[in-house]
Design a protein around this ligand. Structure first.
Ligand SMILES: [Zn+2]
Length: 303
């Protein structure tokens, strides 16, 4: 039989059906009683050079029996490694907490291998793993999802979507109801949206110099102060807001807590490049402005 020069095959790297060339091939035939053949081959994507193993079973007998039937009725193709078709994995997946990553990984593998019942169970387990990571404890998953909402880890519409996964997972576990592939793709979207929001987008933002996110911890705040302070001379006095300028909006809701921590660190001499300055009352209120000064000849460093 003549070797095909180009074949269509799913490429897990290009995420689509692409032209492939055959690097090596072995063909085995069925018996005289039943005409069929197995084609085992090593194939290379002509787009990205990704190499896959492909096994094809051709039921030649039923092909000749009925010329009306479709190709997929008598040809079965498997490509390895098995990939979840038309799905791009989350970026920076390694940043997920270990337990969450483990369950998410296994859910993808179950899905790619066509184990739809187990995939439904695994998606439900991803939510359980997220709750565990966030310290959410309750007697059942329904209450846990509601606690994720009341603790502001998720929005109301996200909670509604997670309940849908809970229902499907329950059906899979308790009634052995196999979910449909299309439904699982939809739920995978919800799961990945959740993981992105809770764990990955902030990391992506802080890794991108052109995108500036909200600052909630002292380490990032201190780095920002350092970068701003280089523009000030030692005689200048400033409040946190005047020092940060437009970047004040990045600490808006956390300004009191970050300023208090700064004062505490200055008092403990953990921060030496800034000193606490005068305070000034704000007219008509009990509030006051806290000024700071840049210390002379003190190298700027992050703690
Ligand atoms: Zn490819």
């Amino acid at each position: 039989m003549k070797k095909e020069s180009k074949i269509d095959n799913y490429c897990s790297s290009c995420m689509g059906v692409r032209n492939h060339k055959t690097l090596h091939e072995k063909i085995e035939y069925g018996s005289e009683d039943y005409h069929c053949r197995w084609i085992y081959s090593m194939v290379e994507c002509l787009g990205c050079e990704n190499i896959s193993y492909r096994s094809v079973f051709e039921d030649l007998e039923s092909m000749h029996d009925d010329h009306e039937n479709r190709q997929e009725d008598y040809i079965t193709v498997h490509t390895y490694p098995i990939a979840l078709q038309n799905h791009r994995s989350l970026k920076r997946i390694w940043e997920l907490p270990d337990q969450v990553k483990l369950v998410y990984d296994e859910s993808l593998r179950a899905f790619a291998n066509g184990c739809y019942l187990l995939t439904g169970v695994a998606f439900r387990a991803v939510i359980e793993a997220v709750c565990m990571d966030k310290g959410i404890k309750a007697r059942n998953l329904e209450v846990k999802i509601n606690k994720l909402l009341s603790n502001k880890f998720i929005t109301e519409s996200e909670a509604t979507r997670l309940h849908a996964i809970r229902f499907l997972g329950n059906d899979a576990v308790h009634e052995m109801l196999k979910p449909k592939k299309e439904v699982l793709y939809l739920l995978l979207d919800i799961i990945e949206h959740l993981l992105n929001n809770l764990y990955l987008i902030d990391i992506e933002i802080s890794a991108n110099r052109n995108l500036k996110g909200i600052i909630t911890d002292f380490y990032q705040f201190n780095k920002l102060l350092n970068s701003k302070l280089r523009l000030f001379s030692s005689e200048d006095e400033f409040t946190i807001s005047t020092l940060l300028g437009r970047d004040s909006r990045r600490i808006k809701d956390n300004i009191d807590f970050l300023r208090d921590e700064l004062i505490e660190k200055i008092n403990k001499v953990e921060i030496e490049y800034i000193e606490i300055g005068r305070t000034e009352g704000v007219k008509g209120t009990k509030n006051f402005k806290q000024y700071f000064n840049k210390k002379v000849n003190k190298p700027i460093s992050a703690h």
